[in-house]
Design a binder for this molecule. Structure first.
Ligand SMILES: [Zn+2]
Length: 309
């Protein structure tokens, strides 16, 4: 049996929004089974609870936003990616500002905090979305598709006409352990030449070398260099996991992307949800042993009873 998971206790995280530049406090609370990941702004009167779900996604310009009104929550993708990485299905997230804090630009800070907080099993089986037939979406020379597979696999390609990036492809097979080791530390990145344009658009006001890999015309600017040689493509995989977690269940399917971004990831999720023949939702009991094993949490995570992972 793989049970649904939540966090063991409340936890508070403070940081700045990468786009807004505003200081924000994020509070996470345990939630009961089948709640999902639910966000709420505490700084906006009558803000609604917004479930992390693909049909709730508003703007996707350089981030993934839930909602599109005054109570919208921006840049949810790295937190969602960390929650998916640890198989945490149910959490309430309250923010006193418009944007999830960027931390170090990866999901490693969230993983660290969630590990320290602990993960609890709930008395209900996890459900998985098992992909039954391929679904493909294309946009402006970019594309993304999902097809049947026993576990979540992401085969991602990015293409940047830049000597430090060029074309990079990586295939990642999900397990909680692999996610923590190979994906969670990959930071977001940006071109210095684009920074003025972004700032004129009201974006990247909080971006700095503390939370972004910056590249000038030739090289990485950060003096510490890269954390992984393929950090750029690994961050794309980190983003993809956060965005497809908005399907509301853990996934058994292979996702292939070419030059994708938050918009395309959301279009893919919506098309899957609009194509009922493309998937079924099944209890973890009916999955293969291999898929269940991938969702076992490594021993380093506290709080779980050993018979229930
Ligand atoms: Zn990102």
């Amino acid at each position: 049996m793989i049970y649904q998971r939540t966090i063991a206790k409340n936890v508070t995280v403070t940081g700045i929004g990468i786009h807004s530049g505003k200081k924000v406090t994020l509070k996470l609370y345990p939630a009961k089974a089948d709640t999902g990941i639910v966000f709420k702004r505490t700084d906006v009167p009558q803000a609604r609870n917004i479930k992390a779900y693909a049909t709730e996604v508003g703007p996707t310009r350089n981030n993934t936003t839930l909602g599109d009104g005054a109570d919208a929550i921006h840049t949810v993708e790295h937190l969602l990616s960390a929650l998916y990485g640890l198989g945490i299905d149910n959490v309430y997230c309250e923010l006193d500002g418009p944007e999830v804090p960027i931390m170090d630009g990866s999901s490693a800070s969230f993983i660290f905090i969630l590990k320290e907080t602990g993960v609890d099993n709930l008395n209900k089986s996890k459900k998985f979305m098992v992909i039954l037939e391929p679904v493909k979406v294309e946009y402006n020379g970019t594309w993304a598709m999902i097809e049947p597979a026993k576990n979540l696999i992401i085969d991602s390609t990015i293409v940047f006409a830049h000597p430090a990036i060029n074309t990079q492809r990586e295939v990642f097979e999900f397990s909680c352990e692999n996610y923590i080791k190979e994906i969670s530390r990959a930071r977001t990145f940006g071109m210095l030449k684009d920074l003025d344009t972004y700032r004129r658009m009201g974006l990247a006001k909080g971006a700095s070398l503390d939370n972004t890999i910056a590249v000038d015309d030739y090289k990485v600017v950060n003096i510490e260099g890269l954390r992984y040689t393929s950090e750029f493509i690994r961050h794309k995989i980190l983003d993809t996991i956060g965005d497809v977690s908005l399907l509301g269940h853990e996934l058994a399917g292979k996702i292939t992307t070419y030059k994708s971004g938050h918009y395309l990831h959301n279009v893919l999720c919506r098309k899957i949800l609009d194509t009922p023949s493309s998937y079924e939702i099944v209890s973890a009991n009916s999955l293969t042993h291999e898929t269940r094993e991938a969702h076992r949490l490594p021993q380093i995570i506290g709080g779980l009873t050993t018979d229930s992972m």
